[in-house]
Write a protein that binds this ligand. Structure first.
Ligand code: URA
Length: 243
């Protein structure tokens, strides 16, 4: 939720409202790396990184963490100008303002994390930490050895070569092959585009794992809160210390 910068700083326990105003005027406060000297500008502390004297502040918000098994037909945004159903419609009882950590296409199903912890979200989405994401893709025909090798070593997309991936064929039946692929990048429609480059259309796509978490025990359309040890593991993965 948006609030005035001085209010966010004082709620984080750094200083009184008055002292926070003085810090802003003195140029000691940065929002996403840019010094803000104006009083009264509003931000959502989940969406931006606020630093005082170069140190990131921790918001006083109560953080919540959910694992959702997203079905097809939902967009991974918090609102949609075209009125389509969003993943938030699947967690109606959650009162906090949460955001998905990354995105799944409308027609992709599977594991999606949602949180109001901006610090963890930024870490998990940062390319430096190479967070592993596993998908199962269904394609019509079998993959040749050359195609598997190309996917593993990297294929050329419009936005550059993909990083090495883990690829294994799970099942091959006439007209239906299931392939598991693990990547650590998060480009738009990446898995579908990778298969397209080697000549296969992805007919169905499901994310089965993210940063070591799996869909075990969570049926399609359902969600669960993360356990403490899972949150800690995500913090370690994202190179962050939990405060
Ligand atoms: N790759 C895709 O093509 N789609 C997704 O939703 C996620 C990864």
């Amino acid at each position: 939720m948006e609030a005035r910068l001085q209010k966010i700083i004082s709620q984080a326990g750094i200083a009184s409202r008055r002292a926070a105003e003085a810090m802003i005027l003195e140029g000691r406060v940065q929002v996403d790396g840019v010094i803000v000297r104006e009083l009264g500008v509003k931000y959502d502390p989940v969406q931006v990184e606020i630093k005082v004297d170069g140190k990131a502040i921790r918001s006083a918000e109560n953080h919540v963490y959910y694992l959702l098994n997203k079905p097809k037909g939902y967009v991974s945004t918090t609102s949609d100008e075209r009125g389509r159903r969003t993943v938030l419609d699947l967690l109606p009882e959650v009162k906090e303002r949460i955001y998905p950590i990354g995105r799944l296409d409308m027609n992709t199903e599977g594991l999606l994390l949602l949180t109001n912890d901006g610090e963890l979200m930024n870490g998990l989405l940062h390319p430096r930490y190479e967070v592993q994401k596993t998908y199962v893709a269904r394609i019509a025909k079998g993959l040749s050895e050359e195609e598997i090798t190309a996917l593993r070593e990297g294929v050329k997309l419009e936005d550059g070569l993909t990083a090495p991936a883990r690829v294994r064929v799970l099942a091959e039946e006439p007209g239906r092959t299931r392939v598991e692929i693990t990547i650590h990048e998060g480009r738009n429609r990446q898995v579908r585009r990778m298969f397209q480059v080697v000549g296969h259309e992805v007919l169905a796509l499901k994310r089965t794992a993210f940063a070591g978490l799996t869909l075990e025990g969570v049926k399609r359309g359902e969600h669960r809160a993360l356990a403490d040890d899972e949150i800690k593991m995500l913090y370690d993965t994202a190179g962050r210390q939990r405060g």
